[in-house]
Design a protein around this ligand. Structure first.
Ligand code: NI
Length: 169
C-alpha cells in the first residue's frame, strides 16, 4: 500500500512527465496503485497522488475490470455536459458538484506500452477526466466557482483537523 499525498503537497500541482520506459518497475507501480486504490475504496488514482510525477493513472469502477492508463491523451470531449458530485482521495471527506463533458475519447498506452483507445461515458468518463487533470497538476476543486471552492477548502481544513485529533487521541 502506497502513501496517498493530500492537498498542500507540491507534487499534486506539478505537470507530469511522459513515461518512456515500460519495465517491471512500471508494472509494480501500476499494481501497487491499484492495490492502494482498492484499499482506499476509491475509483481512480493518479501518479502524483502517490508522489510519482509521471503520466500514469489507474481506474477501478465496481464490477468492471481495472484499467491502467499510461501517457493518456483525451482526444475528444462531448459538447453535452453533466454534473456529478466528485471527491478525491487527496482531499478526503469533501464532495462537490462538478460539471464536465458527459463523454470522452481517450488514447493511452497500457503497462506494456501497447496503445489503446476508449470511448467512455457515465462514471468512466467522469473518472478519466478527474484523473487526467491530476497529471496536469489540476484538482477537481479548481473547477468550482469561487464560493464553492472556498467552502470546499474550509470543509477540508475542518475535516483534516478533526482527523489529526482522532489519530493523536
Ligand atoms: Ni483525485
Amino acid at each position: 500500500m502506497l502513501d496517498i499525498y493530500t492537498l498542500g503537497e507540491d507534487v499534486l500541482r506539478e505537470e507530469c512527465k511522459d513515461v518512456k520506459v515500460f519495465d517491471s518497475a512500471l508494472k509494480m507501480l501500476a499494481d501497487a496503485m491499484l492495490e492502494t486504490l482498492d484499499e482506499a475504496d476509491g475509483v481512480g488514482l493518479a501518479g502524483p497522488q502517490v508522489g510519482v510525477s509521471d503520466r500514469i493513472f489507474v481506474v477501478h469502477i465496481p464490477d468492471q475490470d481495472p484499467i491502467v492508463f499510461v501517457n493518456p491523451e483525451i482526444i475528444r470531449t462531448s459538447i453535452e455536459t453533466s454534473p456529478y458530485e466528485e471527491g478525491c482521495l487527496s482531499i478526503p471527506g469533501v464532495y462537490f458538484n462538478v460539471i464536465r463533458p458527459s463523454a470522452v475519447t481517450i488514447q493511452a498506452q497500457d503497462v506494456n506500452g501497447k496503445p489503446f483507445t476508449i470511448e467512455a461515458d457515465g462514471l468512466l468518463a467522469r473518472v478519466i477526466q478527474h484523473e487526467n487533470d491530476h497529471l496536469h497538476g489540476k484538482l477537481y476543486i479548481d473547477h468550482l466557482d469561487q464560493r464553492d471552492r472556498e467552502k470546499a477548502l474550509k470543509e477540508y481544513e475542518r475535516k483534516s483537523r478533526r482527523q489529526h485529533g482522532r489519530r493523536r487521541g
